[in-house]
Design a protein around this ligand. Structure first.
Ligand code: ZN
Ligand code: ZN
Length: 156
């Protein structure tokens, strides 16, 4: 059977332009994707420009290279990680320390088991732990005697 070479030519031309259009669209969307992606990963403008140029100049290999060298974490991710780390540090900072020896103590201890420093006192009426300087129990309202920290026992 005979195919008119003119028609064949037209078909090839149409297929080729469709293919080119498809590749161009794909390439464009990759470029836009990279622009969006790099923006969420770094605020360094040079890095952004380099990444976009890379995919523009090397449409297929560029994206592979980009995926390998791009920053692993998004900015949001880094921010979250920094927040968590800060919270952790704060937690450690908030750990109570014995004023006498610096060892960690619990909030409801009345004395340090290591150096015997008085940390808190107990309410004479309800037995809750109170700050040494409080002279009234906030829980039951009973007046308290002031307890002074036994400073280094030195006879003056
Ligand atoms: Zn202590
Ligand atoms: Zn009390």
């Amino acid at each position: 059977m005979d195919i008119d070479p003119q028609i064949l030519n037209n078909v090839v031309l149409i297929l080729t332009s469709l293919g080119v259009a498809f590749i161009a669209a794909l390439w464009l969307s990759i470029v836009f994707w990279v622009i969006r992606d790099i923006r969420s990963r770094t605020r360094d403008p040079l890095m952004g420009v380099m990444s976009v140029l890379l995919v523009i100049v090397l449409p297929i290999f560029g994206i592979v290279i980009y995926l390998i060298v791009r920053p692993a974490q998004t900015i949001e991710h880094k921010y979250q990680a920094a927040l968590e780390e800060e919270a952790l540090l704060q937690d450690i900072g908030l750990r109570l320390k014995c004023p006498g020896c610096g060892r960690p103590i619990e909030a409801d201890w009345v004395a340090c088991p290591a150096c015997h420093t008085r940390i808190k006192k107990m309410c004479v009426s309800c037995g809750k732990t109170l700050e040494l300087q409080w002279n009234l129990c906030p829980y039951c309202g009973s007046p308290q005697q002031k307890v002074y920290k036994p400073e280094k026992s030195r006879e003056s």
